[in-house]
Design a protein around this ligand. Sequence first.
Ligand code: SF4
Ligand code: SF4
Length: 402
Amino acid sequence: MSNRESRSGGYPDILLGRKSLGRYPVHKLRRVDAITTEVRGEIQRVDQTQNGFELAGAGAYGEKCRTEYERSMTKFPLDYALAEFVGSIFSPYGTGPVAPEKAPLPNDPAILSEHIRSLGYFLGADLVGVCELPQWALYSRDAERDPIVCTHKYAIVLLSEWDYKTTSGSLGDDWISDACSFVAYDRTAHMAVAMAAYIRRLGYKAKANFETGDFNPTFDMPVTPLIVLSGLGELSRAGWALSPFLGGRFKASVVTTDLELRPDRPIDFGLQSFCRVCKRCAEECPSRAISDSDLMVLKNGIMTYEFDVERCTKYRIMNQNGAFCGKCIKVCPWTKPEGPTHDLVRAAIRATPFLNRAWVKFDKWLGYGQQDIRYKWWFDLEEVGGRHRIPKRSPDNDYWKK
Ligand code: SF4
Ligand code: SF4
């Protein structure tokens, strides 16, 4: 054994966190002790039946919205193709029997965390984070109104990005929008199921939480708090967790487990001061669901910007010019891919918060957030009554208000 190996207990650099299979420089992020969202009280568990899509499906947003909800996943053929098989393939394997005997693993949560992180990258994740799983982060009830019970101590969060060029080629709320989500959801479903099955074979409990596309997601929790807690992002003005490397251009799955791990710390890359002045998502949101106010409100124990779930959900479901919507993600200045120029700007934003307004203006001036038609590779098609037609684009898409 070399001197270096003996100093490290004989473990290779990758299990000591000195190397990574991941391609993003997460080691350069500023780690902090507490999340950058201000917590002002007790956070209550939320009921999954009260999320926007569940309410829409139950008719709470009106009969037209309920009817559109039922056809929403099937109206664009690629969306349907990506979403229809995930549930039937993966749902039976989210949980399963645990091996009766524990495998001889290192008795070191830090080493095990790096092992699991590397596994996530090996399976294809773009970013992997680990956090403790507080009970408040779980839904109180699932969509079937059954109480959610999960005593696993840790959550492993797996992010999968979707193609930036495709996002550039879209309007953000046209036909490809939801397919972008589902191509990432499909990948994360596979990663989560494989990771949970592996942990169970090692003799520890584990459950995969992922989106199935058949209105029957397996999530025991909303993912945004866990993305923030595991140091993969900060809470944004738009209400979703924003990654410093991907913006909101990703989807997540979660593996919960009782395998002893070492949690990652939250990050601070300057998003709170950036969101305060940027407001790009609020300006471009077609349903005006995102607040452009400077004031934050206290919502379930945290200080956050107002967000109108009903307006967003109705627009996404009843959008007649596309399938769902991701315009806030498309126009967000952080959505750009890695690359020397963008990485330099990200670093500059972190270092010069007083220039945030100028950065936002510069971003707009360069035309980011506009459609780059050179990358529109898909055909706009709408399935109606089992037949495809080329949809007409209405200049006034306010069907969702009716
Ligand atoms: S998804 Fe679309 S409607 Fe919803 S907040 Fe984002 S931009 Fe607005
Ligand atoms: S568009 Fe601007 S305000 Fe909205 S989430 Fe992104 S950085 Fe924050």
